[in-house]
Ligand binder design. Structure first.
Ligand SMILES: [Zn+2]
Length: 443
């Protein structure tokens, strides 16, 4: 019995070209021809989306397969050649690396991967893990890429996971606009949800399966099972040639980047966090349409921001009032000279609603008109009839809350890859044995 080989690949793409998943789809095909037998779908592992030096979605890949012992060095050489020739080595932001492990994934390596998904990890720490677990690292340029490549090895997606079928364009089409039949996407969405998700943005009706950058992806269909994403793929009508496609198993849509609750005083820049606390004061809108409110717990207070692209999510945030108890999910933005750290909201859970009380001036006892203040500690005066009431106090007026408890998430067009969409709540998978079911790639 040959032991399983795990090959992690990261950081091959730059904003102007390339895509690590495309290299994986190429390798699936090439390695199959070298008699490698895949024991899992290619894993697409999204790492901490808040690190500032990421390229686009911060996704790494792991291929897990068995092959003839005598062919291992040939296979690794082949992988290095393919990664090299498809990486944007000229771009300073791309830092491609390959990591290679034989045999089982240790719990310590798995824990390292979670840290890369949930926080910020140093190259030194990655090198220590590699040395301890006999992981062979092949950095093609600098060393930064080895962090993601090793993290991909260790994230075996044992708990919740989803699938994405990604199709790729032919080389000659990659510089022209994508062409797929929008009607077919709408139909596919109607007939396959909720087993597929994030196909369409419901607020804008924008098609989300096609990316907008210059990468080789034509479209990607996300879903709960390989069968569901394949069914979706069969329903979409592209008006251009598909060069290849493959199904990936991934942590997309799983909230894998969130662990337990953090205290506000423990928040660190670039980390995804969940904070439970009470709303302080009222939310306000700043230029650009971003909505800000203050959240406090027993350790401190932090600004939370719902940015303009989060659309109607901001309407929910605007309805919060002082004392509402919420769970805020998001990435921590570094503080600057002008303001402290900000929690960039990715979703909120409303756990308890406070009374929405506003204080108003009392009405005049004689004529019923609203009075005005007569000065500090001097009661109220009526402008209409001249009455003065020294004893009058402001009155508290409670407004009924137009907000329900529950989870609120921005529209899919504003999601991170890792954000768990509403449709996935209650569909989380745990510990299910994964079988690679044909067809899962083409050619
Ligand atoms: Zn009056």
């Amino acid at each position: 019995m040959n032991s399983v080989l795990h090959v992690g690949i990261d950081d091959t793409d730059s904003p102007r070209m390339g895509c690590t998943t495309y290299i994986a789809a190429l390798l699936v095909c090439e390695l199959t021809e070298l008699d490698c037998r895949f024991v899992d779908y290619p894993n697409l592992v999204r790492l901490n989306p808040n690190v500032p030096w990421k390229t686009r979605g911060n996704g790494a890949i792991c291929l897990r397969f068995t092959c003839d012992e005598r062919k291992i060095s040939q296979v690794i050489r082949h992988i290095v050649t393919t990664v090299k020739s498809n990486s944007d080595l000229a771009d300073r932001r791309a830092d491609p690396a390959i990591a290679y492990l034989r045999g089982p994934v240790s719990p310590e390596l798995a824990a390292f991967s979670k840290r890369v998904i949930r926080s910020v990890v140093s190259i030194k720490e990655a090198q220590r893990i590699a040395a301890r677990w006999k992981i062979l690292c092949i950095p093609l340029k600098g060393k930064k890429g080895i962090i993601g490549a090793i993290a991909a090895l260790g994230e075996t997606l044992q708990s919740d996971h989803t699938y994405e079928l990604i199709t790729y364009r032919t080389l000659r089409n990659r510089s022209i606009p994508r062409n797929i039949d929008p009607e077919s996407v709408l139909r596919m969405n109607r007939e396959t949800t909720p087993l597929t998700f994030n196909n369409i943005d419901p607020e804008t009706n924008r098609i989300l399966i096609t990316p907008r950058g210059r990468d080789p992806i034509l479209y990607g269909i996300r879903g709960e099972t390989p069968e569901a994403v394949f069914k979706g793929h069969e329903m979409v009508k592209p008006n251009e040639e598909i060069e290849r496609w493959a199904i990936f198993r991934t942590n997309h849509g799983t909230d894998d980047h969130y662990s337990t609750f953090s205290k506000i005083s423990d928040m660190c820049p670039y980390r995804p966090v969940v904070v439970a606390g009470g709303v302080v004061g009222r939310p306000f809108t700043i230029p650009g349409g971003h909505v800000i409110f203050k959240l406090g717990d027993d350790s401190g207070v932090v600004d939370c921001a719902a940015y303009e692209p989060t659309g109607r999510f901001r309407d929910v945030v605007r309805k919060l009032v002082e004392g509402d108890l919420i769970e805020a999910y998001g990435g921590v933005r570094k503080g600057s000279a002008r303001h402290g750290q900000t929690l960039n909201l990715e979703k909120i859970g409303i756990m308890d609603l406070a009374a929405d009380c506003r204080y108003q001036n009392p009405h005049c006892a004689l004529c019923g008109k609203r009075m005005e203040s007569a000065g500090k500690n001097q009661g109220f005066r009526c402008r209409k009839c001249g009455a003065v009431d020294q004893a009058a106090r402001k009155i508290s007026v409670e407004t009924e809350r137009d907000l329900a408890l529950g989870i609120y998430i921005p529209p899919p067009r504003a999601h991170r890859h890792l954000t768990k969409p509403v449709s996935r709540y209650g569909r989380e998978k745990a510990g299910s044995k994964v079988l690679v079911v044909e067809p899962w790639h083409w050619p």
